[in-house]
Design a protein around this ligand. Sequence first.
Ligand code: ADP
Length: 200
Amino acid sequence: MTTPDTSAETTARRLLIVGPPGAGKGTQAARLAAEAGIPAISTGDIFRANVAGETELGLLAKSYMDKGEYVPDSVTNDMVRSRLAEADAADGFLLDGYPRTLDQVDALDGILADLGAALDAVLLLEADDDTVVERLIERGRASGRSDDTEETIRHRLSVYAAQTTPLIDVYEARGLVRRVDGMASIDEVTAALREALRTR
Ligand code: ADP
């Protein structure tokens, strides 16, 4: 006889992580997803892989990313639809960097409805502007990421405020948002996110 694995039932498995650029979404998403045995799917990473591979999608995405603008919704939505249809995402996923616009929220609703799936929780990682600007300037120095220059960072923050913060109200109204302070150490933030997923 096998011991029933109840973790899949008790732990949220279809997740979003939302927060300003530099809040630490990518770092935390990788950790949480590994622990939960689900893929962390970062639209930014997929775009960067396409830029590196010099694909048609990469060329298009780069023209927006380097200015700190969002890639057009139609492009991003199609990309996410095909990624979520892959086998490894069937039992769960942690989406990082998507949705970022209200149009993308609608698109994701449609994608999930078609898959017969629903979101379990939206993790909101909060961090103040000065901290994220500092972190991103440092990341730009260390990694050479072409959108991590002070001017582009400031623009990305204003795009986030204008286009992405309205999503939080939408998901709040659905009772899905779990807020976590992203200003603590990486390990402390991971622990807080874990806790936020365990408790309701
Ligand atoms: P950050 O969160 O630090 O801005 P990301 O790697 O998530 O970094 O995203 C980098 C860039 O990729 C964004 O500025 C944007 O141009 C593009 N991008 C990523 N996700 C999306 C999305 N959901 N919709 C539109 N553009 C996106």
